[in-house]
Design a protein around this ligand. Structure first.
Ligand code: NCD
Length: 314
């Protein structure tokens, strides 16, 4: 039995939105991930999910999320089944998401779902007999990415009380939509930096819990010398209503060595990846770059999530 369930938190049956988690839940998962790190690196063995099966249902492209879930499950002794490309699965015959979810729940103990529609994961959870994890629902949320982002900040910089710039496509990035809500719980100063067309909506900003955190829209130049974390996202080309709109903003921001001249030594740069051209590759060699470490942290974080949802004993 997981600690979260034992203490009656009880909401952690599925993981659909970061809003479901309290600050205490988040800290608990980050601590659990820390315990899993040596197993994620293959330095210790733990087979607590032996006999369990995870089904990956990805209706959108993915490299890191799908593979790190697979690595996490296998490192813990579990197994993974994958839906084949939509074109060759029953989805191509017109099967509904509800039916696919009902059927796959008979083959697996947990479903990891990525889907282009906002709300798809919630809908799937309502139709599922096994736990569902949201691995991205359109421009909605990406809660497991948020947990690994917070973990990266905790390990490589600091989380509580830090100054974080979220830069890029704030309108369509689901990673930002989840992350900003969680950051608001950690007494942070959040700077929003984006081309005017890609701003986070007023509604979203107004809906944020700003009891302990502050949110400002700024330019990078105004804050580059004071931030602890620069979190960059790619322009989410696939979410644009038309190609013409995308072309208006494509390539409109690039982090170069030159822009980093006045940063704090300890400032870290994060990116959920994939990168297109938002960060020049010569930035990779600097002490600031942490996006590849960030991608690794997806494994211990997803181990912690799987272990919780499947009642592994850690
Ligand atoms: C992100 C996503 O799918 O939202 N990728 C990821 O999971 N690391 C970010 C992106 O695609 O830009």
């Amino acid at each position: 039995m997981s600690i979260l369930k034992k203490e009656g938190v009880g909401r952690f049956k599925h993981l659909i939105s970061i809003d479901e988690l309290t600050k205490e839940d988040i800290i608990y998962i980050l601590r659990l991930a820390e315990k899993f790190e040596p197993i994620a690196k293959g330095k210790k063995v733990n087979k607590s999910l032996e006999g369990k099966i995870l089904a990956n249902l990805f209706f959108e492209p993915s490299t890191r999320t799908r593979m790190s879930f697979e690595a996490a499950m296998k490192r813990l002794g579990g197994d993974v089944i994958n839906m084949t490309a939509q074109e060759v699965s029953s989805v191509a015959k017109g099967e509904t998401l509800a039916d696919t979810i009902r059927v796959v729940g008979n083959y697996a103990d947990i479903i990891v779902l990525r889907h282009p529609l906002v709300g798809a994961a919630k809908f799937a959870a309502e139709n599922s007999i096994v736990p569902v994890v949201n691995a991205g629902d359109g421009a909605g949320q990406h809660p497991t990415q948020t947990l690994l982002d917070l973990y990266t900040m905790m390990k490589e910089a600091k989380l509580e009380g830090s100054k974080i710039a979220l830069m890029g496509d704030l309108k369509y990035s689901r990673t930002v939509h989840s992350l900003i809500k969680a950051l608001a719980l950690f007494n942070t100063t959040i700077y929003l930096i984006s081309p005017p067309m890609l701003r986070l909506s007023e509604e979203f900003i107004e809906g944020l819990d700003t009891k302990t955190s502050k949110v400002f829209e700024v330019s990078l130049e105004e804050v580059i010398d004071e931030i602890d974390v620069l979190y960059v996202t790619r322009i989410q080309k696939e979410r644009f209503p038309d190609e013409e709109e995308y072309r208006k903003v494509a390539g409109s921001y690039v982090i170069t060595l030159d822009l980093l001249r006045n940063t704090k030594e300890s400032m870290i740069i994060m990116h959920p990846l994939p990168r297109v051209n938002e960060i020049a590759t010569d930035v990779d060699k600097t002490r600031h770059a942490r996006y590849f470490e960030q991608a690794f942290y997806g494994v211990p974080i997803r181990m912690a999530i799987l272990s919780e949802l499947l009642d592994g004993n850690g």
